[in-house]
Ligand binder design. Structure first.
Ligand SMILES: Cc1cc2nc3c(=O)[nH]c(=O)nc-3n(C[C@H](O)[C@H](O)[C@H](O)COP(=O)(O)O)c2cc1C
Length: 368
């Protein structure tokens, strides 16, 4: 069984690569350009060492923390990802159940493949809505109202996609949303029958948040019109917590803080946008120093293990998010695959905490 074969994120990736059509695997796995941005972040994470400490009685350890005053069982959650049901039928709801079980935030993408209301219900409230600004913003602000009416309390505005990055691996396969099945995709799907038959039974994954009057979302439509006035409008329109995701510049972060956002998420979109962006993990300590010790700072991009996540916490993040590896786990083994990878990540972090003399997440921040 695939789930029991997952002992690391790389195991999940390898199993997913076998099962998924090339087009889907490369859409999830691919990064911008020649993928040097992904390599830079990986090298930066690998270069960080944690300080081994001894004889501190670390027999009782807790990974619990709080985000926006809410208890979470782990200091890591689920990054928003579009079209997750491509990785496995029902993937969005597998993630939602995981979020409910461990009381961690589940990022629900603007281009999620399950309606935002359903995900919030299954996640038992542990879901944050991620917003893309598009076109002239009319549809965007309708989505904000919809998220509010659905009961979302946290909105995550993603700001690092003024234009969709070029990812040659997905372009080569002719990946489009909603996808079209030409001769090349037909062969690809025929060679991956397990995925294709499940897709036939459950139906082709769709972008599920756009059955609204006047909202016709085009994934490739420019998102470039958003500016600081847009942010101010959004701040006025959204009474709940407002997180801005995709920030890599200290000056921008300071301006966001002044603009009244509630948290900043340092991220390079998993190296899927600007190839030449700095390694996000290198920016974290500078962001923390600039924003002060108490400003909520989140992180994602390139995390592949519980130890990686601990490094980000030590570097200044209050909370971190995993992205594509969760999709690989579902592609490899469905619900049990996801649960297994979650256990692996938990064990990796807990063991690393023991080895570095930590018993709680606060210790990680104090070690920074
Ligand atoms: C397949 C895929 C789809 C994504 N879709 C979105 C999205 O719709 N909105 C968003 O803000 N970020 C999106 N992201 C970026 C993630 O939220 C996150 O920043 C990134 O995956 C973290 O890096 P990691 O995958 O290396 O962990 C996507 C990432 C992947 C891999």
């Amino acid at each position: 069984m695939s789930a029991s074969a997952i002992h690391s994120a790389e195991d999940a990736r390898r199993l997913a690569r076998r099962r998924l059509p090339w087009m889907v695997f490369d859409y999830i796995d691919g990064s911008a350009g020649a993928e040097t941005g992904a390599a830079r972040n990986r090298a930066a994470l690998d270069a960080i060492t944690l300080r081994p400490r001894i004889l501190r009685d670390v027999s009782q350890r807790s990974l619990a923390t709080t985000v926006f005053g809410q208890q979470t069982e782990r200091p890591f959650g689920i990054a928003p990802m579009g079209m997750c049901n491509l990785s496995a039928p029902g993937a969005d709801l597998m993630l939602a159940r995981l979020a409910a079980k461990h009381k961690v935030p589940h990022g629900v993408s603007t281009v999620a493949s399950t309606p935002m209301e359903k995900i919030l219900e299954v996640a038992e409230g542990h879901a944050w809505f991620q917003l893309y600004f598009t076109g002239d913003g009319t549809g965007t602000f309708k989505l904000v109202e919809r998220a509010k009416a659905a009961g979302y309390k946290t909105l995550v505005l993603t700001v690092d996609v003024p234009e969709v990055g070029r990812r040659p691996r997905e372009l080569r396969h002719g990946f489009k949303m909603p996808f079209r099945i030409g001769p090349r995709q037909f062969i690809d799907f025929a060679l991956h029958p397990r995925w294709s038959i499940a897709g036939l039974i459950h139906g082709k994954p769709q972008m599920a948040n756009f059955e609204m009057d006047g909202y016709d979302f085009d994934r490739t439509e420019s998102r470039a019109k958003a500016d600081w006035d847009t942010l101010a409008r959004l701040r006025d329109a959204w009474p709940g917590h407002l997180v801005v995701k995709g920030v890599l510049d200290v000056d921008d972060a300071l301006q966001l803080q002044r603009a009244g956002v509630d948290a900043i998420q340092v991220s390079s979109h998993g190296a899927r946008q600007l190839e030449a962006a700095p390694a996000p993990i290198d920016m974290l300590p500078r962001m923390r120093a600039a924003l002060g010790p108490d400003f909520p700072l989140f992180f994602d991009s390139g995390l592949r293990s519980g130890e990686d996540a601990l490094k980000a916490l030590v570097a200044g993040a209050d909370f971190v998010f995993f992205g594509r590896i969760l999709q690989f786990a579902m592609a490899a083994g469905g619900d049990p695959g996801l649960a297994q990878l979650w256990r692996v990540l938990t064990d990796e972090m807990s063991i690393a905490m023991a080895q570095t003399g930590m018993t709680c997440i606060k210790d990680a921040h104090q070690d920074a």
